[in-house]
Design a binder for this molecule. Structure first.
Ligand SMILES: [Ca+2]
Ligand SMILES: [Ca+2]
Ligand SMILES: [Ca+2]
Ligand SMILES: [Ca+2]
Length: 433
């Protein structure tokens, strides 16, 4: 009787309450202005600041087939600083700020970075999804797409300069066909199948990550942690015991047991650009940030089930012309402002916020950014037209929703023909662990 009750309890709570925290099996430091640490684990990645605050959190599921890599860190725009790619469902690329620039919601079953066109320094993104191969520029513009039909599953995407043109052709394998690769020219024309793959994929910036990690954790890699130019520091890990040794002095700079009992990953780099290095250590459900002085700066809890994205929508500017009734107001500009404020307080901006919130809930990779909309107001105070003056939130659903909401607004004090108002909005989010 007891046994069956225990089994029942496990079944009931197995899904959520017993979920294990994620093991951080890869850490990187992306240096430079606005730099960050990158922690990757099954279920997502976290970008973090030097003080240990989460900067951005991205959750994504593993693609069952294809590449075992979960993240790739490669400089695709040629500015010397790597970009971060999440390879799963969704598959995405982050810009310098750590914000989404490009994404494929269903994920790429096959993914490659190659010089398909133009400058060699600027890599193109090759994504196989939904039976099609699509090439994008480093800044997310579509170059060409080749459709093999929805039922085709494309795997093992690569690229090679087979015709010695300086640009690479795309190669791939289709599921169920063991031999022979298909090839498409760099211009998107099918060259046929049964080729032997000559794949020359762009390497991850971090090279052979696991070999490098072993050297780092075994104390073989030394670094000048405190920036004094002398006394090289090194990291030695035995089980959960961590020693940051300084060869110049007898006493270690830091010595502790890793919370959670395991060190699964490590990285050393200058996250905040102050010239002194930080050490990141990843374990089960935790990332520890150690400062140049050996002090523990933060322990971040890594549990995908607890991670939250909260939308933040703010009105950074608004102005109106012609809303106020001229003969009723002494100061037209003030009266216009008053009318606009009334509208926004009573019904306006809440609707804008709701539009962004709803979209972010259904798709967490919705872009962040600025949206400036101009609304035309008719003599009855109704919104009659809307123009997008600026938007880097490249999602029409958000702007469309705002536009729809605005049609229900009424500007109470308008009388004048040709009245309009301009709303300058900032749409984004904050992430918490
Ligand atoms: Ca770059
Ligand atoms: Ca290129
Ligand atoms: Ca030193
Ligand atoms: Ca630093």
């Amino acid at each position: 009787m007891f046994a069956s009750l225990a089994a029942l309890t496990l079944t009931l709570f197995g899904g959520s309450a017993w979920a294990a925290p994620a093991t951080v099996d890869r850490l990187e430091v992306v240096e430079g202005e606005g730099g960050f640490g990158l922690a990757s684990f099954e279920g997502g990645l976290v970008l973090l600041k030097a003080n240990g605050d989460p900067h951005r959190i991205y959750k994504f599921a593993r693609i069952k087939e294809g590449t075992p890599d979960r993240v790739r860190v490669v400089d695709v725009d040629g500015d010397g600083r790597p970009e971060v790619f999440g390879l799963g469902v969704p598959t995405f690329m982050l810009n310098k700020k750590g914000d989404p620039l490009w994404d494929v919601p269903k994920g790429c079953q096959g993914f490659a970075l190659a010089n398909v066109m133009g400058d060699e320094k600027q890599k193109e993104l090759v994504c196989a999804s939904g039976g099609a191969i699509t090439v994008y520029t480093h800044d997310a513009q579509e170059v060409w797409s080749y459709d093999y039909g929805r039922r085709t599953v494309i795997l093992d995407v690569g690229a090679a300069d087979t015709a010695d043109t300086g640009n690479e052709d795309v190669e791939f394998r289709i599921r169920g066909q063991k031999k022979g690769f298909w090839r498409i020219s760099n211009a998107g024309e099918e060259l046929g199948r049964d080729f032997e793959a000559r794949e020359t994929q762009v390497q991850d910036e971090t090279g052979d990550y696991k070999a490098r990690l072993a050297d780092l954790l075994g104390g073989k890699t030394s670094f000048d942690l405190n920036g004094d130019g002398a006394g090289e520091e090194s990291l030695k890990v035995e089980g959960a015991h961590v020693v940051i040794a300084s060869s110049g002095k007898g006493k270690p700079l830091a010595e502790f047991d890793m919370p959670g009992g395991v060190v699964a990953s490590a990285a050393v780099g200058d996250i905040d650009g102050d010239g002194k290095l930080e050490v990141l250590l990843g374990g089960v459900g935790v990332v520890r940030v150690v400062g140049f002085d050996g002090a523990v700066r933060a322990d971040l809890r890594i549990d995908p089930a607890r991670m939250q994205r909260t939308p933040v929508a703010t009105l950074s500017g608004a102005n109106a012309t012609g809303l106020a009734v001229p003969h009723k107001a002494d100061n037209i500009e003030e009266a216009d402002e008053e009318a606009l404020r009334e509208l926004l307080e009573q019904k306006g901006f809440g609707a804008v916020k709701a539009c962004y919130e709803r979209r972010l809930k259904s798709y967490p990779l919705t872009h962040r950014g600025k949206v400036i909309l101009k609304f035309e107001v008719d003599g009855t105070g109704k919104i009659r037209g809307q123009h997008t003056l600026y938007s880097d939130v490249t999602n029409d659903a958000v702007v469309g929703c705002i536009s729809k909401a605005a049609k229900r607004w009424t500007v109470i004090k308008t009388q004048k023909k040709g009245a309009h108002m301009i709303l300058d909005m900032q749409l984004g989010w904050t992430d918490t662990l």
